[in-house]
Write a protein that binds this ligand. Sequence first.
Ligand SMILES: NC(=O)c1ccc[n+]([C@@H]2O[C@H](COP(=O)([O-])OP(=O)(O)OC[C@H]3O[C@@H](n4cnc5c(N)ncnc54)[C@H](OP(=O)(O)O)[C@@H]3O)[C@@H](O)[C@H]2O)c1
Length: 512
Amino acid sequence: MFRDSPFEDISSGQAASGCRIEIPKSSGLVIFGASGDLTRRKLIPAIYRLFRQRLLPRGFFVLGVARTEMDSARFRELMAAGLRETFPEECDETCWHNFSTLLHYRSIDYSDPESYRVNLAEVLPPLEKAADTGGNRIFYLATPPGVYEDVIGTLHRSGLATWPGTSVKLVIEKPFGNDLESSRRLNAILLAAFRESQVYRIDHYLAKETVQNILMFRFANSLFEPLWNRRYIDHVQITAAETIGIERRAGYYEEAGVLRDMFQNHMFQLLTLMAIEPPALFTAARVRDEKAKVLQSIRPFSLENLDDCVVTGQYARSVAAGLKGYREESGVASDSTVPTYAALKVWIDNWRWNGVPFYLRSGKRLKRRTTEIAIHFRPVPHMMFSQTMGGRIEANTLILQVQPDEGIHLEIQAKNPGSRMCLMPVSLDFCYPREISLSAYERVLLDCMEGDQMLFVREDGVELSWLLLTPLIEALAAREAVPRSFLYEAGSDGPAAAAALLEKDGRNWRSL
Ligand SMILES: NC(=O)c1ccc[n+]([C@@H]2O[C@H](COP(=O)([O-])OP(=O)(O)OC[C@H]3O[C@@H](n4cnc5c(N)ncnc54)[C@H](OP(=O)(O)O)[C@@H]3O)[C@@H](O)[C@H]2O)c1
């Protein structure tokens, strides 16, 4: 029960064996663009869930700021409605009432230092004093990317980035730039105002349990690491398949397309975690150093032979499934050639991965929603069972499942029980129970309060991935016409040419 203080019953808790419990630092969270979709559907619900789990620090408050005129009471109402929409089962009126006292709102002009003085510099100290947050401030940019430069510049000019007696962190949402040049410009603006150690570039995929577990799984077990190289791994498939279309984000998606939306960030991040060398220490700096080395080792895409390394596609109407095509979505040009699907063949030119292809695919309106990394091991070197059983023995596959359920599955061969000698594939499964996992935004917010940058992308990580993808995106856009196989039926496996990309190498995608 909560009484006077919303935090009255927070218990310190004991660390389980092998666990490090960090108590997040008391902090004031300032959300720019707080009248928007991300704040209502993701951020506030995540903070509310942390509150319910008693994982918020003892001193905490949210100050939402945006241009929309409203008072804190109206802001709380809007946030309550967002929570009811997103997690109807979690709406506990008493708990919400206690939680909502932590939420405040001020209207602001994003580019006016005077507005920052009146609505931030003067408003924050009394809130900080009341919550005893010790001057720890987190500025969270939840506006469209076009507004980032304004907000960062105005924070800089108004002195709020380095206000005496405060410790400031800045969280910035994807997309981080649109290409190499814009990402460099944004980094330059950001680093003119803040130090890299203050900057938290979000890739919320990195905050998923299974993604974090990749490093633990690889480097805390002696079983797999000896096999994690070109001698034992035949190839790797990374899939991020969505069943949804572009929802109401046509404006953004028409500019972005799947390569910017999914590959520059999430797909390349999954690839680097899968492929990195063991860092000497499990610290943000060391892990991010190793990730950068992987990105530096990726072979540039062959722009003369695009068909050898990339396939793109766009979903078309499915009469059978009753689904619209991309070009029929509201806000999309009727002749749009923006890809909603891409498959890439990636080579990592280093000692460990020489000769091992990494196949990456991601798309919208596909048959099934799944995000996974599938490591396909080499087949056994000699088929001693061929005389008794014939047929081909499926090689072992290890699947790191990221979405919708999080877990690890190892597919092996075992004897089928009974009198006949035959093999059957079986799976050794480990699944995270849904209810104990923190959602990606809960994790991201906690890590930011703790000051742990491990799951956030560093300046070089962003630029290296744009360095690889920008020429590819430009070469695809410069093609005279999209290939005939570009369109794929909504609700299908994706374009046929994507299957051909692997078939040329004698391999197949895992079925969706
Ligand atoms: N929504 C998601 O699920 C999601 C997921 C991942 C990443 N993101 C990223 O998170 C950020 C915020 O997303 P969102 O969906 O919350 O955005 P949004 O709803 O479109 O915008 C957030 C707020 O920014 C202000 N704003 C919108 N357009 C503006 C403009 N042209 N100039 C100045 N202010 C403007 C509006 O507030 P005022 O008019 O009141 O100022 C709006 O309520 C974006 O960078 C997005 O890419 C969002």
